[in-house]
Write a protein that binds this ligand. Structure first.
Ligand code: PXP
Length: 248
């Protein structure tokens, strides 16, 4: 069975939009775990636009499955990983102006730098995963860094089926094939293979059906659905809070 890592960044995005205390990503993590999530993922960005250091500190204490922190390969972030000691660190590229992670890590052009980061984190008992595009050069370089895990970037696949599988065409099939063949190659290289980015309720199945893909990391679409499936109940509860006498 494919495992699910739930990315709760966008719970924090809603909180930060108001500088409020709610919704707390820590509460979202507890609920995700109660629902069966296999792990909790957060991206601690250099600009702290959503997840804050305080969130990571408390999540480290409260997550009972596995805590995965996505982060850029910088001295600041590696230092924080060594301090917080998550179960896994996923190294990702980061550009300050980007809306979300754009593309995978260019491991091929910075093998030494990434190998040094992998070594430091591994010595501290943290598993390292590299978020890479499904390309042979990146896979081969990922293997050279000594990281045990890779996460294949499914953004191009997801963008090929913006409205779901009904639209699927040659582009969808070629992007799916890139994920499938990269998974096979990763496995041959002895890497454990995860995948994620842009996955939705409509496009997830062809990816989860790839047997060797161990886990998917999914965030935005789960939080988007949570906001909608929770809307009716939230309004009912607000009416009850406004009119407690009518409820009695
Ligand atoms: N994997 C990685 C490495 C990511 O950076 C992200 C986005 O933070 C995800 C998975 C989840 O992507 P999405 O929010 O589109 O599901």
């Amino acid at each position: 069975m494919t495992k699910l890592g739930v990315n709760i960044d966008h719970i924090a995005t809603i909180r930060q939009a108001r500088g409020a205390v709610e919704p707390d990503p820590v509460a979202a993590a507890v609920l995700a775990e109660l629902a069966g999530a296999d792990g909790i993922t957060v991206h601690l960005r250099s600009d702290r636009r959503h997840i804050q250091d305080r969130d990571v500190r408390i999540l480290r204490e409260t997550v009972t499955t596995r805590l995965n922190i996505e982060m850029a390969v910088t001295n600041e972030m590696i230092g924080l990983a060594l301090k917080f000691k998550p179960d896994t660190v996923t190294l990702v590229p980061e550009r300050p102006e980007e809306i979300t992670t754009e593309g995978g890590l260019d491991v091929a052009s910075s093998v030494e730098e990434i190998r040094a980061a992998v070594e430091k984190l591994s010595e501290a008992g943290i598993e390292v995963s590299l978020f890479i595009d499904p390309e042979e050069t990146q896979l081969v370089s990922a293997f050279e860094t000594g990281a045990p895990l890779i996460e294949l970037n499914t953004a191009a696949y997801s963008e090929a089926v913006p409205k779901g599988l009904k639209d699927h065409d040659a582009l969808f099939l070629s992007e799916l094939e890139k994920i499938t063949s990269s998974t096979r190659l990763g496995e041959q290289e002895g890497l454990r293979v995860l995948a994620g980015h842009g996955l939705t309720y409509r496009n997830v199945f062809p990816i989860s059906a790839i047997q060797q893909v161990e886990e998917l990391n999914i965030g935005h679409n789960i939080v988007a659905r949570a906001a909608l499936v929770g809307m009716k109940r939230a309004v009912i509860e607000m009416l009850a809070a406004m009119n407690p006498v009518a409820q009695a």
